[in-house]
Design a protein around this ligand. Structure first.
Ligand SMILES: Cc1cc2nc3c(=O)[nH]c(=O)nc-3n(C[C@H](O)[C@H](O)[C@H](O)COP(=O)(O)OP(=O)(O)OC[C@H]3O[C@@H](n4cnc5c(N)ncnc54)[C@H](O)[C@@H]3O)c2cc1C
Length: 429
């Protein structure tokens, strides 16, 4: 059998694929990344205008990658408080990071900022080849190898690898070409995303608010509201808004002029935000849950949105994908340490077993949030409010919620502790 081009070939150099490639830097593995859209392409679907809430665990993973300082220098707003409310009802829950022994539950970072940090890190990695623009059009998993047909501006070519990693997002072509089915839930909701400015400082607080049309999230941004000396400015502040609605209503709201949009938004904002003064460009994203029926096949691992796409209500999609990255990198580092084949069934099964619980828990939690908090029937609304109150009064329950919000539940990969993935020859779980 001829020597394959790569040990690991990652399809999709978006948030999750690029993070995996960075995690494999410095390991004795030849790594290829195939990405359809360059970073500077306005239509790049991963590094776009959205702001992401990165959990504490994700900060630790970026630290392990040696990239957190660069991310923080470009703007990462700490989330020190989380407030969950139900519009027009009494239920409310408050979480304080300091009470859980961390400086912040997480940080809000623009997806574009992550691209600006991951891109150069990839380009500088000696063991990583970046094929971009290049689009995968065919896959064959046979003869102990993965063979991939790729279209580039220079023509068609074939790449081979011992392990193929599908990190090509919700509509994963690789998943489809490998015959891995999906379970899909259409929430019949779309999210309107915009940066907004309000009259009151955000106080490093993220708001999760439930309204009859669907959930609304307000994430504090680092762009304004804080002076160079770290003191609050009194000129208001900026937030990233994620406002969920039935699809037609989301399209209508996004198309309103700014005054109309602000008038529609004001009544549903938490009163702590004050008056809404301005809104930036609006974007609409259709929402659903997609779960791949298998996370691994011989010679194939599926990670990130290609494996599990979640509703953004709890801000967990990329965080979950990054923990896929940390676990897969650790399993591959251990395999490389013993000279094992990275695409061998035993190696991939170890990865799949490790990730199963976190994936199922986070997916089920997010789905339950969407269902319970998008339902305004009286018994459901009353139970929900009682639940929020109970949560507010019961510290042990809050601890569980906080650990999940920080991405610290279950057995954690080394990178979540800020350590590199390689830890010598002993086997991973
Ligand atoms: C409105 C909204 C808000 C969100 N907020 C949060 C949040 O606060 N916190 C959080 O953790 N998550 C959040 N998420 C989820 C997060 O954005 C996703 O989980 C994340 O983008 C997944 O990254 P990915 O790399 O797996 O997939 P993608 O981001 O979809 O990247 C896939 C990449 O693969 C490339 N590609 C696709 N097909 C091919 C092909 N055939 N050949 C080559 N390349 C290909 C694409 O060009 C792209 O670069 C949010 C999502 C939405 C929609």
């Amino acid at each position: 059998m001829s020597r394959p081009d790569y040990d690991v070939l990652i399809i999709g150099g978006g948030l999750v694929g690029a993070s995996l490639a960075c995690a494999l830097r410095g390991l004795p593995l030849r790594v290829g990344v195939v990405e359809a859209r360059p970073l500077e392409d306005g239509a790049q679907p991963s590094f776009d205008a959205r702001s992401l809430a990165l959990a504490w665990s994700s900060r630790r993973i970026f630290e392990a990658l040696g990239l957190w300082e660069a991310v923080a220098a470009r703007g990462a707003a700490p989330i020190r408080r989380i407030r969950v409310t139900d519009r027009g009802r009494f239920g409310t829950t408050r979480l304080e990071a300091a009470r859980h022994g961390v400086e912040a539950f997480g940080y809000v970072v623009e997806s574009r900022v992550l691209g600006a940090v991951l891109g150069p890190a990839l380009a500088a990695a000696a063991n990583v080849d970046h094929h971009c623009p290049a689009e995968v059009t065919g896959v064959a998993l046979e003869g102990g190898l993965a063979r991939v047909a790729v279209e580039t501006p220079g023509g068609a070519r074939e790449l081979s690898a011992r392990l193929l990693v599908a990190a090509d997002g919700t509509r994963s072509r690789v998943r489809e070409l490998c015959g891995v089915g999906t379970v899909r839930l259409d929430y019949r909701q779309s999210a309107v995303i915009a940066n907004i400015r309000t009259s009151e400082p955000h106080g490093d607080t993220a708001h999760e608010r439930f309204t009859p049309c669907g959930p609304l999230a307000l994430l504090p941004l680092a762009l304004a509201g804080t002076g160079a000396d770290g003191r609050r400015l009194d000129t208001g502040c900026e937030w990233s808004l994620v406002w969920t609605h039935p699809p037609e209503e989301a399209t209508r709201l996004a198309a309103l002029d700014e005054a109309g949009f602000l008038a529609a938004l004001q009544p549903v904002l938490p009163k702590e935000a004050g008056e809404v003064l301005a809104a930036g460009t609006r974007h609409v994203y259709p929402l659903g849950m997609v779960q791949a029926r298998a996370q691994v096949r011989p010679r194939l691992a599926i990670i990130g949105n290609a494996a599990h796409t979640l509703h953004p209500v709890a801000g967990q999609g990329f965080n979950l994908g990054l923990r896929d990255v940390a676990a897969l990198a650790e399993v591959l580092a251990a395999a490389a340490g013993t000279g094992a084949d990275p695409g061998a069934g035993a190696v991939l099964e170890r990865y799949a077993r490790w990730r199963r619980r976190d994936r199922l828990q986070v997916s089920a939690f997010t789905d339950a949030l969407v269902r319970v908090f998008s339902n305004d029937r009286l018994p459901v609304a009353a139970a929900r409010n009682a639940g929020l109150l109970a949560l507010d009064l019961l510290p042990p329950l809050k601890n569980v919620l906080a650990r999940h919000a920080m991405g610290l539940a279950g057995r954690l990969p080394r990178m979540v502790m800020g350590l590199p993935p390689a830890h010598g020859p002993e086997p991973c779980p």
